[in-house]
Design a protein around this ligand. Structure first.
Ligand SMILES: Cc1ncc(COP(=O)(O)O)c(C=O)c1O
Length: 354
């Protein structure tokens, strides 16, 4: 459905952003001179790929050569998976989380890659990766790639830097590790582990985006930091003549507005707590802990049709999950505090009237 056909629908099924834009981003767009489009971003003489990758390199303490830019995290994910799963003649394997973004499997299949899955399990209100089982699969299946999503979509769980290091220490140096951190920064702001991690484990690439924490999915801008063993990917992914100048400036303005977005993340944390406080006491409901901008909720399946109708009446779109193991779950993006209250009310009143 095209949102422009339904301007009054509230989309909480796409993990988009509902708060204001940082003032610096608005100023940057207004003061941008179209004259800047008359030259390329790349500066050959200085050996600089682009203004944004230079900025990101300095911010994350990673050489600019190892910073990758893309048309959203999706673009970098697709190109790195295509690059490494299509090498050689044999079918190659990627290991991904059992519950995860559908896109991983789909892009692996585009190059005939085989997808294997490692399990997650429930521990109280958390989902967790089954790390011993992941290690067994790494040992026995010897996959060419391993994907860790932190935080994971749709389960909302994430890995601490120490857990990432523990996993990487068990990975064969020939296995390329992708860490999809699209939903990072909502619950922790540490970026200092990235540079030492890719230096110690050069078979690793960490992918981030401006779409979630920085609330700019329509900008289509993602970035990544890659270890030195991914050199074949460098050629594959390089935007030879640089990137889009306006997007780059907006990206830098977003990074400079991190404090602004941390305040929004704090508001989201309050509302995640509200979801748990209001819904966890209800029979058959369970709101999982989430480190992202959405909550995953288990609900009594008998309520499915009533809930679908109640949300449709309110013109709110949420995601009714429909995959093995998660068929009685809803994934709901955090909206503004007012909208979140409306959603909680829909769930509570449907439960009350059942
Ligand atoms: C887990 C995950 N990774 C990456 C992305 C990519 O986002 P983008 O291409 O907007 O950067 C998404 C988008 O929803 C996602 O859910």
């Amino acid at each position: 459905m095209n949102p422009s056909d339904n301007p009054d629908l509230i989309f909480l099924d796409r993990n988009e952003y509902s708060y204001e834009i940082a003032p610096l981003i608005e100023q940057t767009i207004r003061s941008f001179s179209p004259k800047e489009f008359t030259t390329y971003t790349r500066c050959f003489q200085q050996g600089i790929k682009s203004e944004l990758s230079r900025y990101l390199g300095a911010l994350y303490n990673v050489p600019e050569t190892d910073v990758i830019l893309g048309y959203g995290g999706e673009d970098i994910l697709k190109s790195v998976i295509h690059c490494f799963l299509s090498l050689g003649h044999q079918q190659r394997k990627i290991l991904i989380p059992a519950y995860s973004w559908w896109y991983y499997k789909s892009i692996a299949e585009e190059v005939d890659g085989q997808t294997l899955m490692y399990p997650l399990y429930e521990d109280g209100y958390d989902f967790k990766y089954d790390i011993p089982e992941m290690k067994r699969l790494l040992r026995e299946e010897k996959p060419d790639m391993l994907l860790l999503a932190s935080p994971n979509n749709p389960t909302g769980n994430s890995l601490q830097p120490a857990e990432i290091k523990y996993i990487l220490s068990a990975v064969d140096e020939h296995t390329i590790v992708i860490i999809d951190e699209a939903y990072t920064l909502f619950n922790q702001s540490d970026i200092s582990y990235i540079a030492p991690l890719i230096a110690r484990y050069p078979n690793t690439i960490i992918i981030r985006t401006f779409s979630k924490f920085y609330g700019l999915p329509g900008l289509r801008l993602g970035f990544a930091f890659m270890g030195k063993s991914l050199q074949p990917f460098l050629k594959f992914s390089t935007k030879y003549l640089g990137y889009n100048k306006l997007s780059e400036k907006i990206g830098i303005a977003a990074l400079q507005s991190t404090e602004f977005y941390l305040e929004k993340a704090a508001l989201m944390r309050q509302d995640k707590a509200l979801y748990q406080q209001e819904l966890n006491p209800l029979d058959g409901f369970k709101v999982y802990n989430s480190d992202a901008n959405f909550v995953l909720i288990k609900y009594p399946i008998a309520l499915k049709e009533k809930l679908q109708k109640a949300f449709a009446d309110k013109r709110i779109v949420v995601k009714f999950m429909n995959e093995d193991g998660l068929r009685t779950h809803l994934r709901i993006t955090l909206g503004t505090p007012d909208i979140n209250k409306q959603v909680i009310e829909v769930l509570k009143s449907t439960h009350l009237n059942s």
